[in-house]
Design a protein around this ligand. Structure first.
Ligand SMILES: [Zn+2]
Ligand SMILES: [Zn+2]
Length: 660
């Protein structure tokens, strides 16, 4: 049977004077007394230290050899002790990359939610993307009104240049008679001659159909063939004169959030209204981009599949800054306006820059400040894919050649990367600056991940909301029945944890707040919320003045959380001066009578009434209103306790977990 009490005999740690106590398990116990009276020595240096030591002893000798041994606290005997967890006021011990979201594991569940029930949009055009099964595609087409004439087309050429004579012949050999070429349906035996350097759209006519009640088998066959030929994509062209048929269908499809694209960029605007584009891929047919369906890893900036490739998931870039590169803008480019170019521009390099200047239309001798932005951009960032003509003059004549130009910054990046000495690297870094990543705007995720939306927001936008608002967001989130079924577990975890954070008065924090920016009280309360979320039973929790820095209203909520932790079947010991906490506690232990050597004794022990009746207890007098206890204006500094080795490994494990 579980022991009902924790029994301590002869505790002498620090100034404790042979303290012997029986504490009830499964209760909320408040240890109080003036500062330095020994309450912390009892809670942390005796109970918690012994709990930790025993935990370590329980590990295998193999594990122990790495963790070392903890000193036994100065106490004769402790019985009935449970595994102990301390929740102290310190923000250290967390990975600097941890955030409120990672510490509470809310981020893990958010990623699952976004991956499973979020909607993928195309990062290019914003179009909703979802894959459809062959059956879904057939069902979609069967929704066309009866007697409507339509074509099933398989797109084979999508905006590519060429004549495609072989392709036409090949299609004839496969038994097809017609194709839609640049918007016109033509006979393949009489195909038009296509201009080689113009982009074309060619779709094979797989079948010409009229919607009837018995069409299904033939339609299924056509869909199968079209998807095969069109590489997972097919087009339904409504031939009926009434355009409303198609547009009503398109509307329906969009409402159903399936992949149906009006092809607005088509060559011929005439047929654009009558096309329905259907795909069995997870792809945007408009931008011709295909994707992997979202996974929780995609939504993590620590995973290669999710991180922004520009900044490697850091949210910021470290690159050359045009302002820093040109300290004296009155200088011309040839006079080394761009300072880290360092050396005189030789003949070879000069002819390259001349080519660029001639191409853009400016003079390299113009002072930098007077150059148009276009010229500065060309020199710094290059001209991309543009082919530039260069002229190399020599005694034998002129050699004309063409190439692309990558710009000065690309050169400098290369030099910085290849620099072997740290001095050279430092030289270049004088001209570099940290900036918010231009591609993810500090969001750390790649464009596909940021285009997964739930209730209209992406995962970063949710993390940027105050916890209160995140809670409201999820309470208002509308999910279909299937989505609800998929999301129910993750949603419960997220909403529960958000609730615990609100309960401890942290509703104003955002999930993206990083651990080092949290106050001691805030991080203590986050630990508390995580512990409630962890749902452990039979644990001894020890808290250090959790009421510090809280308003009365928040203190109420904090106390409720402590009671919750107790009601789950745990013992909660709070070291506290706060009167409200004492009044709520099941049991109070008053240490005293004075600080330091004058303390270390238990002055009174029992429930509130017992303490209030006590003649010796200062706290009793205070609770009766006869005496005021000076609450120190400046709290005693957080005493650096000797860190047991086990704690370190725990923190490391936590940091690892947070990283994941
Ligand atoms: Zn797109
Ligand atoms: Zn980025």
């Amino acid at each position: 049977m579980e022991p009902k009490t924790i029994t301590v005999k002869g505790a002498r740690e620090h100034n404790l004077r042979n303290v012997s106590l029986k504490l009830p398990r499964g209760q909320l116990i408040c240890l109080t007394g003036v500062s330095g009276s020994g309450k912390s020595s009892f809670a942390f240096d005796t109970l918690f230290a012994e709990g930790q030591r025993r935990y370590l002893e329980s590990l295998s000798s193999y594990a122990r050899q790495f963790l070392g041994q903890l000193p036994k606290p100065d106490v004769d005997q402790i019985t009935g002790l449970s595994p102990a967890i301390s929740i102290q006021q310190k923000s250290s011990g967390w990975n600097p990359r941890s955030t409120v979201g990672t510490i509470t594991q809310i981020n893990d569940y958010l990623r699952v939610l976004f991956a499973r029930v979020g909607t993928q949009h195309c990062p290019g055009c914003g179009q909703v993307i979802s894959a459809q099964s062959r059956e879904q595609i057939i069902a979609r087409i069967l929704a066309i009104p009866k007697q409507t004439k339509f074509l099933i087309l398989a797109p084979v050429i999508r905006g590519q240049k060429g004549e495609y004579k072989d392709l036409f012949e090949d299609m004839i050999r496969q038994g097809y008679a017609r194709a839609r070429v640049d918007g016109e349906v033509v006979s393949l035996t009489d195909a038009p001659k296509l201009a080689r350097h113009i982009r074309h759209y060619i779709e094979v006519v797989i079948d010409r159909l009229v919607m009837t009640a018995t069409l299904r088998p033939r339609l299924a066959e056509a869909v199968e063939a079209a998807l095969k030929m069109g590489d997972g994509t097919l087009i339904v062209q409504i031939v009926d004169s009434s355009k409303s048929v198609a547009s009503s269908l398109i509307d329906k499809a969009v409402q159903g959030k399936t992949k149906t694209v009006k092809r607005s960029k088509r060559v011929s605007a005439k047929d654009a209204d009558s096309d329905i584009l259907l795909s069995s891929h997870y792809a945007c047919t408009k931008c011709n981009l295909s994707f992997e369906p979202p996974t929780p890893q995609l939504l993590s900036f620590n995973a290669p599949s999710g991180m922004c490739p520009t900044c490697d998931g850091m949210g910021e870039t470290f690159d050359f800054d045009p302002e820093l590169l040109v300290p004296d803008p009155k200088k011309s480019f040839l006079k080394l306006a761009i300072q880290p170019m360092r050396t005189r521009i030789g003949r070879w390099r000069r002819h390259i820059y001349r080519g660029v200047a001639a191409h853009v239309g400016f003079d390299l001798k113009t002072p930098w400040v007077k150059l148009p932005q276009k010229a500065k951009d060309a020199l710094l960032h290059g001209l991309g894919e543009t082919h530039i003509a260069f002229e190399w003059r020599w005694s034998g004549g002129v050699w004309r050649h063409g190439a692309t130009f990558d710009g000065i910054i690309a050169d400098l990046r290369d030099k910085h990367r290849k620099a072997k000495s740290s001095m050279v690297r430092a030289y270049y870094e004088k001209y570099m600056q940290r900036r918010q990543c231009p591609d993810c705007q500090g969001g750390r995720l790649n464009t596909q991940a940021l285009a997964v939306r739930l209730g209209g927001l992406n995962i970063n936008e949710v993390s940027g909301l105050a916890i209160n608002d995140v809670r409201e967001f999820f309470s208002k989130l509308k999910l279909s029945q299937t989505q609800q079924f998929i999301a129910v577990e993750a949603l419960k975890e997220v909403v529960g944890r958000l609730g615990f954070l609100c309960d401890v008065g942290l509703e104003y924090l955002t999930l993206e707040r990083t651990a080092p920016t949290l106050s001691g009280g805030e991080s203590q309360r986050i630990r508390l919320a995580s512990q409630i979320g962890a749902g452990l039973v039979g644990v001894l929790y020890i808290l250090d003045e959790p009421s510090i820095g809280l308003h009365a209203r928040d203190n109420d909520r904090l106390l409720k959380s402590l009671c919750q932790l107790r009601d789950m079947g745990n013992t909660v010991i709070v070291v506290e001066h706060d009167e409200q906490t004492m009044r709520l506690a099941d049991e109070i232990v008053d240490f005293g009578p004075g600080p330091g050597v004058r303390g270390g004794k238990v002055m009174a022990h029992g429930n509130l009434q017992t303490i209030m009746r006590s003649k010796t207890s200062l706290t009793g007098k205070y609770l009766r209103g006869e005496e005021r206890i000076e609450i120190p204006v400046t709290r005693r500094p957080v005493v650096k306790r000797k860190k047991p080795a086990i704690k370190k490994t725990k923190t490391k494990a936590k940091a690892k977990a947070a990283k994941r």
